[in-house]
Design a protein around this ligand. Structure first.
Ligand code: ADP
Length: 259
């Protein structure tokens, strides 16, 4: 490393893909993967050609959340044929490695895997490719933002301070990498008790909207804590695939990404 410096190549497009939107977060567990899969499915239901790339190398959740577990085929040993689920073309590093084994990779291997998933997967013609990033501000985010022409990034956070503190770092990273921030999404914002109707702000309230206002980026939506969302994700059929107030909420969110 360093002995043969390669000239800095500009960010590349992914052939056939119109827009690439990265979904990031500061912390893990805030619902970034849930939002990514539901956004992808909602966009597909709106008639868009959608791809979902699970780039959360250390904790790939999309095979489970989208209900796929086959290994993608590679008839010529070079190109990889992605899978299709709920109207979405998808690929995950989780489909290429043993799901019970830890991925213990250094930066260069991660970058290789990411480049492979972008460049060697036969994405076909897509209106939008959603990229579910790992949490935080590491090698995968850096590589994606520098090497691939992104339309922009969205950041998911809960309203809780500990999540927002890290979300700010993710926002700062996108800013310094000159990746446009399309906006913030607040997840797990309130909880409506289904039996008594009482509303509880389990992780606080309004923090994400205040942050969006402060840094001057759009607040794209606010999603409640919802048992059915969690159950649907665990069952491999994202809530957005059905008909429910949550599916409508995701459809509304999706419309903010299409003209
Ligand atoms: P991340 O990608 O940020 O690590 P996940 O999408 O994996 O987060 O979500 C973490 C857990 O929280 C999962 O079990 C998921 O089903 C659940 N979850 C996410 N969003 C919601 C929500 N709005 N309501 C209820 N559970 C949720």
């Amino acid at each position: 490393v360093g002995r043969h410096p390669t000239p800095q190549a500009g960010p590349a497009r992914v052939a056939g893909v119109d827009r690439i939107i990265a979904v990031g977060s500061g912390k893990g567990g805030v619902g970034k993967s849930t939002v990514s899969s539901n956004l992808a499915v909602a966009l597909a239901k709106e008639g868009r050609r959608v791809g979902l790339l699970d780039a959360d190398i250390y904790g790939p959740s999309q095979p489970r959340m989208m209900g796929v577990n086959q290994r993608p085929g590679s008839p010529d040993g070079k190109t990889i044929i992605p899978l299709k689920a709920h109207g979405v073309t998808m690929m995950s590093i989780g489909l290429m490695v043993d799901p019970d084994k830890a991925v213990v990779w250094r930066g260069p291997m991660l970058m290789g895997a990411l480049q492979q998933m972008l460049g060697q997967v036969e994405w076909g013609e897509l209106d939008v490719l959603i990229v579910d990033l790992p949490p935080g501000t590491g090698d995968v985010q850096l590589t994606l933002c520098q090497k691939t022409e992104l339309t922009g990034a969205v950041v998911v956070s809960t309203p809780q301070d500990v999540a927002l503190i890290d979300a700010r770092k993710a926002l700062d990273m996108f800013k310094s990498l000159k990746t446009p921030v399309l906006g913030l999404i607040e997840n797990m914002s309130t909880f409506h008790c289904p039996s008594c109707g009482y509303e509880t702000q389990i992780f606080g309230h309004g923090g994400v909207a205040a942050e969006a206002e402060k840094i001057g980026v759009p607040m794209l939506g606010s999603l409640p804590i919802d048992l059915d969302t969690r159950l649907a994700g665990d069952a491999g059929t994202p809530i957005a695939a059905g008909d429910s107030p949550m599916a409508d909420a995701y459809r509304q969110l999706a419309r903010r990404f299409i003209d």
